[in-house]
Design a protein around this ligand. Structure first.
Ligand SMILES: Nc1ncnc2c1ncn2[C@@H]1O[C@H](COP(=O)(O)OP(=O)(O)OP(=O)(O)O)[C@@H](O)[C@H]1O
Ligand SMILES: [Mg+2]
Length: 358
């Protein structure tokens, strides 16, 4: 039932968001799901967020092409569909938005060269989540693709990704932001910002130069806010559409399983149904103890069997808490462990394993 559920999710969704706690295999599974969907006939774009670039490199080796912020086609002989991959570059995605909504090239240039902008566009917490959502929106409207699979950044807050557009809107509408941009709109640009008490206090903490950069940014940003607000609204709509599916990944360890349970609850209270939970990298079953092995090996086998039992009881907690949420198991694929063979071949392997799962 669940295997069919996975393939149905890949066949019927326009967007699949892959979320879960850190290190559980989100990036790897996003790529493997994309491979599977492309083999099955869909024209897929997969956006990965992998700062280490290992996965992108692995895909790039197969395609002899470097993977960047724009989709590149990955050759896949046995596919009925197409596989395209890109790696989210937060900064370039933000730059593209600035260009799109700036009234003229001059203003875009002023924003892009501003120091404060340079800092927030790459590093501000939340920017990456929003830009991932933004990229998703952009690809969703791209006629080359009929399925977009989005890897999400590692996060402790289940809803960071989902709530990113709303947070951006709140920021734009925040009274402080309005106050900060106000002087230039009433022609008081010449008055030093630092003469205002609130800002003077802030300047003491962050430094006058940093504050001036920030103010210059907000002023330059004027005129773009309406566009950004509308865009955030549209992105939000796509995140909540029924054709957008959410897949939660977990390992068999107690903590990620508890987090996955929490993720499912949190998404549901935000009116988003989780299509599938993937329990990834599970210990394989090594058979019964009917062969006699030398002591060290028998000891190893016992340890692995203990680990497998622990995983099963951790997952039981999830199944009991969420009996209606479909889920599948994905075994540990030895080729993917460590950096041994993080290649396209192993992704295909995993893509196929997804079908055999359960
Ligand atoms: N089924 C699997 N079998 C074996 N190894 C796996 C499997 N799935 C993922 N891995 C390995 O686990 C490691 C972490 O995977 P990955 O980078 O995809 O996790 P992530 O959730 O994206 O991490 P992060 O939260 O840091 O972005 C990688 O070395 C990957 O090759
Ligand atoms: Mg990742």
């Amino acid at each position: 039932m669940t295997r069919t559920h996975l393939d149905q999710t890949l066949a019927n969704s326009r967007v699949v968001v892959v979320a879960g706690s850190g290190g559980v295999g989100k990036t790897t599974l996003s790529a493997a799901l994309a491979v599977r969907a492309a083999i099955g006939g869909r024209r897929v774009a997969v956006v990965t967020i992998d700062p280490a670039k290992r996965l992108a490199d692995a895909l790039g080796i197969a395609g002899q092409t470097a993977i960047g912020n724009e989709p590149v086609r990955i050759p896949l002989d046995d596919a009925h569909g197409e596989l395209w991959a890109l790696m989210l570059d937060t900064r370039s995605t933000f730059d593209a938005l600035v260009d799109r909504y700036s009234p003229n090239a001059d203003q875009a240039q002023r924003i892009r060269s501003n120091l404060f902008y340079k800092n927030i566009s790459g590093a501000l917490s939340g920017t990456q989540e929003y830009m991932a959502a933004e990229k998703l929106y952009d690809l969703n409207g791209d006629e080359r693709f009929d399925l977009v699979i989005v890897d999400t950044p590692p996060t402790r807050q289940a809803l960071d990704f989902l709530s990113a557009p709303a947070r951006l809107r709140r920021f734009i509408d925040h009274p402080v932001y309005r106050i900060v941009i106000a002087p230039s709109s009433v022609g008081l640009r010449a008055v030093s910002a630092v003469s205002q008490p609130v800002l003077r206090a802030i300047a003491k903490v962050v430094g006058a130069q940093a504050l001036d950069d920030a103010l210059a940014f907000f002023r330059a940003f004027q005129g773009l806010d309406a566009g950004f607000r509308q865009r955030a609204h549209d992105v939000d709509r796509v995140l909540h559409e029924p054709s957008t599916a959410y897949i939660i990944v977990t390992s068999g360890q107690a903590e990620p399983v508890a987090e996955a349970t929490y993720f499912v609850d949190a998404l549901e209270s935000a009116n988003v149904a989780v299509s599938l939970v993937v329990a990834n990298r599970l210990m394989p079953y090594f058979g019964g103890g009917d062969i006699s092995l030398p002591a060290p090996l028998a000891g190893n086998l016992r340890e692995l069997a203990d680990e497998r039992r622990a995983e099963e009881s951790n997952l039981e907690v999830l199944r009991t808490a969420r009996p209606d949420t479909p889920w599948i198991r994905v075994p540990l694929v030895p080729e993917l462990v460590d950096e041994r063979l993080d290649t396209f071949a192993s992704l295909r392997l995993l893509g196929r394993a997804l079908g055999d799962a359960d």
